[in-house]
Design a protein around this ligand. Structure first.
Ligand code: CUA
Length: 177
């Protein structure tokens, strides 16, 4: 029993005012527009890559990244190995508090299998200055094919807040002609 029951107990059976109906219709149509924009923008936005995701432990991913680094390191930069894997090969990038490891050096117009995962928190891979964003989760390996189409030095910034060092989490990818 309510303390003050409504006078008309079947309140939901009232006729809907026209203006309310119009708003419901607008909201519904807009919801549909937003839904199909997600699908359209996936292709037209050139922002979110089509990717595959696999379950992996942080330890197993770190092992693969370390194996690649041990094999293809060409020099060091500020304590970071600069790794130049051959075109067509698997390239690994580790996200962790608060760095992207290692530094990659790729060749322009060559394709690579790009693997991304986190060893701890959720991070966000954002390739600057291009508009490319990927969420990086621990426990999941994100794989996508990547063909750099411009030479230069690119920064990788973290775009998911991951704690006190979030703003310092900047990595680097070189693309050579
Ligand atoms: Cu990693 Cu923010």
């Amino acid at each position: 029993m309510a303390i003050s029951p409504p006078s008309n107990r079947l309140w939901w059976k009232e006729p809907i005012a026209k203006v309310e109906l119009i708003w419901i219709l607008i909201a519904f149509v807009w919801g549909l527009v937003m839904f199909f924009m997600m699908i359209y923008w996936h292709g037209a936005g050139n922002q979110n890559l089509s990717n595959e995701a696999y379950k992996i432990t942080p330890e197993a991913f770190a092992e693969k990244a370390q194996a690649m680094t041990a094999k293809y390191t060409v020099r060091e930069e500020a304590g970071f190995p600069v790794v130049s894997p051959p075109p067509g090969s698997d390239v690994y990038l580790i996200a962790r508090l608060w760095q992207w490891w290692p530094i990659l050096e790729l060749k322009k117009d060559q394709s690579y299998r790009f693997h991304l995962s986190s060893l701890d928190w959720q991070h966000g891979f954002s390739l600057q200055p291009t508009n490319m964003n990927l969420q990086v989760h621990p426990g999941y390996e994100l794989v996508t094919s990547m063909t750099p189409n411009a030479a230069g030095e690119f920064s990788v910034v973290c775009n998911e807040f991951c704690g006190i060092g979030h703003h310092t989490m900047v990595g680097k990818i070189y693309v050579k002609e």
